[in-house]
Design a protein. Structure first.
Length: 146
């Protein structure tokens, strides 16, 4: 199966959104986990779990608080997952690259009405995390996240 056919097997932006909200109100962990699954993140990659924890850490900080990824987020995830800051950052980056190559990040950007600067290059760790966190806060205000 070539890459273009593989990408077409995933949901598009509106379909993705309806799949996420059809389950009713969910907690942030479950909502984020489902979003990542629909986007094509592989659960077998340790970076996917690191990414999930990083997203939830930033989400818990609130919509208006600025966070430092290198000084706050990665160290918190590393401590929680018994790893190092460098491994956390690298594993998250590798998971995003894998999803960009084999998953459906384009659907997420279609969903949030954001244009990728270059679809051939994956977003940075902070770009993706902040985009997902912003999306989570919007869904919380709509009542889809408890």
């Amino acid at each position: 199966m070539n890459n273009s056919n593989y990408k077409n097997a995933f949901l598009h932006g509106n379909e993705l959104y309806h799949q996420l909200i059809d389950g009713g109100t969910q907690d942030a962990y479950t909502f984020t986990e489902q979003l990542m699954m629909y986007l094509g993140f592989k659960s077998k990659l340790v970076g996917t779990q690191f990414l999930l924890n990083a997203i939830l850490f930033v989400y818990s900080k609130g919509a208006t608080e600025h966070v430092s990824y290198t000084n706050e987020v990665y160290p918190a995830v590393a401590k929680e997952m018994n790893s190092t800051v460098g491994r956390v950052e690298r594993a998250i980056r590798n998971s995003i690259i894998d999803c960009n190559d084999n998953g459906n990040l384009v659907a997420f950007y279609d969903l949030i009405h954001c244009q990728l600067t270059d679809p051939n290059y994956p977003p940075s760790n902070s770009e993706l995390i902040s985009s997902i966190v912003t999306f989570l806060h919007l869904e919380e205000h709509k009542g889809h996240i408890a």
